[in-house]
Write a protein that binds this ligand. Structure first.
Ligand code: ADP
Ligand code: MG
Length: 396
């Protein structure tokens, strides 16, 4: 059976309206022993279909082929998918290549002497992509580099929804490269990074120190995009020059555009940042608590944010207002906790998720079992909705 024939059979068995609304860009890409790979010409639609119709399509395909089949959906960029007219819903939506943290915006970024130049350069680039190319932002950890990259992404998604903006960490770039090599899909890889994007945001490029092959690939990606006038923005924990073992040709590319620094903010700016972070978690912190946090507890901005999130959950669960005593108590329990657990990204994530889970369970006075039971009781399903909201917004 050819791919086209299978598609026709599938279509015949799926509700006509559903098909017209969601499946018009569908293509069967591969029929395997246990899997059928289906290409969909829009990222949103792909995710939606996988979630909503995944099992229906798998079952229908199993039926048609008389063996157990799992349908797998994959995104194929527009000009590779069928030329058939896409449904109205599909057309209006911009192509979304990356998720940007909605909290990391230009608005929520506090400007001080130490980051002013970086801030305005990022804003300028977001307003006029291609003008300063590349933009290279460097500085120590937790000084707002990733925040600025996401701010650029959020700004572009809002103001130029037609531009295709991709955010990757250098690590993701390399993993993607390795995977594509392994699976002999380098054509797809190059297509993805060189042809399908208008703006490339690369975070933590220092990760590629000593990774020659990935550097080589980045060099070619860079050149192609650059020659097409596409904006590239790079973040690093050190200057281009200090990326000492990077290939000189790559370093000179990085130095070609605008190189800006984010420095450690002064105390006043840090206080403002802490206030902003609390504000964003809808947590009220009095001035004395904020300065206590910054001066006595931890002035690393990333840890400060973690602490503020914990304070937020704490006050949510207990209903208490946050004062200096609460801060001290919570901080010492967190420290005790940390001693026992290696602080990898993953454990931090798990910690956060557990905190959220506990907060919801307490808030609704439920047990874990009740929360995850299949019941539809109003209160429990509300608790579940809150849980999923909190996990989505704070659990990352
Ligand atoms: P980096 O990528 O430089 O290591 P991040 O962008 O992850 O740092 O920043 C760490 C945390 O501090 C984030 O939560 C970020 O929102 C916050 N942050 C850093 N600088 C600022 C600033 N100037 N204004 C507001 N928040 C900031
Ligand atoms: Mg970062």
């Amino acid at each position: 059976m050819t791919n086209e024939e299978l598609l026709e059979l599938l279509k015949a068995r799926i509700n006509h309206n559903t098909w017209e609304q969601w499946f018009t860009s569908a293509q069967i890409l591969d029929i395997q022993e246990k899997k059928v790979i289906i290409g969909i010409g829009n990222l949103f639609v792909k995710d939606f279909i996988a979630r909503k119709y995944g099992s229906l399509v798998s079952n229908t395909l199993s039926d048609i082929l008389s063996r157990k089949i799992t349908a797998e959906f994959t995104f194929i960029p527009a000009d590779q998918s069928t030329k058939k007219k896409a449904g109205p819903l599909i057309k209006e939506r911009p192509l979304k290549l990356s998720d940007f943290n909605p909290e990391y915006t230009f608005n929520s970024f506090v400007i001080g002497e130490a980051n002013r130049v970086a801030y305005y350069s990022a804003l300028e680039v977001a307003n006029n992509p291609g003008k300063y190319n590349p933009l290279f932002i460097y500085g120590d950890v937790a000084l707002g580099k990733t925040h600025l990259l996401h701010a650029i992404g959020n700004h572009l998604m809002e103001n130029s929804p037609d531009l295709k903006v991709m955010y990757v960490t250098a690590e993701e770039f390399m993993n993607d490269l390795m995977k594509s090599l392994r699976e002999e899909k380098m054509d797809d890889f190059r297509e993805r990074y060189r042809k399908k994007i208008d703006i490339l945001l690369i975070d933590d490029v220092q990760f590629l120190i000593g990774k020659d092959m990935a550097q080589g690939e980045l060099f070619h990606t860079f050149n192609t995009l650059f020659n097409l006038g596409k904006q590239i923005i790079i973040c690093s924990d050190r200057t281009p020059e200090e990326l000492a073992t990077f290939h000189p040709r790559l370093i000179s590319r990085f130095e070609m555009g605008l190189v800006v620094n984010v420095d450690e903010p002064d105390k006043k700016t840090k206080l403002k940042i802490a206030k902003k972070m609390a504000e964003m978690s809808s947590l009220y912190l009095s001035d004395d608590v904020v300065s206590y946090l910054v001066e006595n507890i931890d002035n690393n901005l990333r840890r400060l944010r973690g602490l503020i999130l914990n304070l937020f959950f704490h006050s949510k669960v207990t209903g208490e207002k946050v004062n200096i005593e609460t801060v001290k108590k919570l901080y010492s329990s967190l420290k005790a906790h940390k001693k026992n657990i290696p602080q990898t990204k993953e454990t931090l994530r798990v910690l956060k998720k557990n905190l959220i889970l506990e907060a919801v369970i307490k808030e609704y006075n439920l047990t874990r079992e009740q929360l995850f039971s299949p019941t539809r009781k109003k209160e429990i399903s509300e608790a579940r909705q809150i849980l999923s909201f909190m996990l989505k917004n704070y659990g990352r």
